[in-house]
Write a protein that binds this ligand. Structure first.
Ligand code: SER
Length: 318
């Protein structure tokens, strides 16, 4: 296992910035090839191989897989919920074509295993809002959600029909300090820290009492590594697993930040992203992931807030 050669697509994004480091620690720097659209190597990805790659370009993608003798791909390319609502067809094309490129490479035996992320965006207004189950109504109201539901079904199809070893989780909103979030609805829970430290206040585009499922990045990275390292028989679901971390609304995260920054204030100017969030769960139920491959989150709201403030303080306080 540890002799794998790994390619990360979209490595400069929010998840990739942390996942690349975690995979390099595990497999060694040279065994993990980071790729993204940027021409020069992004700072977070220094220390190992980097290639400029447009994952929409199947030939270029295959060339990299061949050149580095890649065995596993972590596909992190996506246009997220808020951005994809602005350019629906472009979002659909990007999210689906890049997935198909990887599924096809796996079907043809060019790679042995792949990770592709799904999202809480698969759920919609008809799904139960609290403790949303693994198996329930999936009728998403965003282009991003539609691409994730379709993607999940295609992953399962490739697994059933062709034996492709593809694994996936439905990430909640992810909070991290390394890579910047890239156009999602849950991004407010990252912006709030930067604004709290810089200006002592934040205007939230999500309404005060709108709770969403969230997760601190170290838990998300661990979930990703755990599902990718689980024995194949344990990964019974080849759509994508619900994984829960924490659930909070803007008022509650503001309250938690005030434990450390008592003068912090928040006000509200909900926009179209608040409507996207209105159709997502407040929390998800993750017993399938717990049972099948032993998933367990570590961070709760206060622990996450404490760590975020410590990690980011250096960037703002002289
Ligand atoms: N965090 C993502 C978004 O807000 C959901 O997967 O788009």
């Amino acid at each position: 296992m540890e002799s794998e050669k790994i390619l990360i697509l979209g490595a400069a994004g929010q998840i990739g910035s942390d996942l690349t480091a975690a995979l390099r620690e595990r497999y060694g720097n040279d065994a993990v090839v980071a790729s993204d659209l940027h021409e020069g190597i992004p700072t977070a990805l220094e220390g190992g191989p980097y290639v400029q790659l447009n994952a929409m370009d199947r030939q270029a993608l295959e060339d990299v897989v061949q050149r580095f003798e890649i065995t596993q791909v972590y596909h992190l390319v996506a246009m997220l919920s808020a951005t994809a609502e602005q350019q629906p067809l472009k979002g659909w094309d990007l999210n689906m074509q890049t997935l198909f490129h990887c599924l096809e490479m796996a079907r043809e035996g060019k790679i042995k295993r792949m990770f592709w992320p799904s999202s809480i965006a698969v759920f919609g207004p008809k799904s139960p809002q609290n403790q949303t189950p693994q198996h329930t109504i999936l009728e998403p109201s965003t282009v991003y959600g539609i691409s994730k539901v379709a993607g999940e079904s295609w992953c399962e199809y490739y697994h059933q029909k062709y034996g492709v070893d593809v694994r996936s989780v439905r990430y909640p909103g992810l909070i991290s300090f390394r890579g910047a979030p890239g156009g999602g609805t849950t991004d407010y829970a990252v912006h709030i820290f930067h604004e709290a430290l810089k200006h002592g206040r934040y205007t939230s585009f999500i309404q005060a009492d709108r709770a969403l499922p969230m997760m601190y990045m170290p838990d998300a990275i661990r979930a990703t590594l755990e599902i990718m390292h689980a024995p194949a028989v344990k990964v019974r679901l080849r759509t994508a697993y619900n994984i829960a971390g924490m659930s909070f609304n803007p008022e509650e995260i503001a309250e938690s930040i005030r434990r450390k920054l008592p003068d912090f204030s928040i006000d509200y100017a909900p926009d179209y992203r608040n409507e996207i969030a209105a159709n997502w769960p407040a929390s998800v139920e993750d017993s399938s992931a717990r049972q099948d491959w032993g998933w367990q989150p570590e961070y709760d709201l206060d622990q996450m807030v404490d760590d975020m403030l410590v990690q980011l303080k250096g960037a703002y306080v002289a």
